[in-house]
Design a protein around this ligand. Structure first.
Ligand SMILES: [Zn+2]
Length: 141
C-alpha cells in the first residue's frame, strides 16, 4: 500500500483548546486503486494524554463507486501499557457526517471480521509512511 498525503489543517482541542492537527490523505492498493481516505487527529504535545484518532473511509472508490460503497471506520490510538490501536464506533466522529460515507460502522461491525485486517493494514501504511504524524509515532517508541 502507498499513501498520498493531502492537506493538513488546524483546530482547537475540544477539552483544552490546544492546537490540534488533522492530517488527511489517501491509501492506495498495490494495483493503484484507492483503499481508503484517512483523517488523523491529534493535539500537539498531548499525544501521551489525549492519544490520537484515526478515522478512515474504506470501500470502493473511483468510477462507478458511490457513498453507498464506502464505510466510516474509526480507531483510537492510546499510549501506555494498555495502549495501541483500538477500533471504536465511528458514530459521532466528523467522518460519519461526510457525504463520501454511506455506512457508519460500530466497533462490533469491524472487530473479528476480514475488514478488521484490512483496516489495520491501512493504518500500518499511514503509520509507516506519513511523516506528518511523526509526533504520534515517536510517542509510541
Ligand atoms: Zn485537549
Amino acid at each position: 500500500m502507498e499513501i498520498e498525503p493531502q492537506d493538513l489543517s488546524h483546530y482547537s482541542c475540544e477539552c483544552c483548546g490546544d492546537d490540534s492537527h488533522i492530517a488527511r490523505g489517501f491509501v492506495h492498493d498495490e494495483d493503484g486503486s484507492t483503499a481508503a481516505a484517512y483523517f488523523v487527529h491529534w493535539t500537539l504535545g498531548k499525544v501521551d494524554t489525549h492519544g490520537a484518532m484515526f478515522d478512515l473511509i474504506v470501500g470502493r472508490w473511483g468510477e462507478g463507486a458511490s457513498a453507498a460503497d464506502r464505510s466510516a471506520v474509526s480507531l483510537a490510538f492510546r499510549i501506555g501499557p494498555q495502549g495501541g490501536f483500538m477500533i471504536v464506533d465511528a458514530e459521532g466522529r466528523s467522518v460519519a457526517e461526510s457525504e463520501l460515507v454511506g455506512h457508519v460502522l460500530s466497533r462490533e461491525d469491524v472487530v473479528n471480521t476480514p475488514l478488521a485486517k484490512r483496516v489495520f493494514d491501512i493504518v500500518d501504511a499511514i503509520w509507516l509512511q506519513d511523516s506528518r504524524i511523526a509526533e504520534i509515532v515517536e510517542s509510541a517508541a
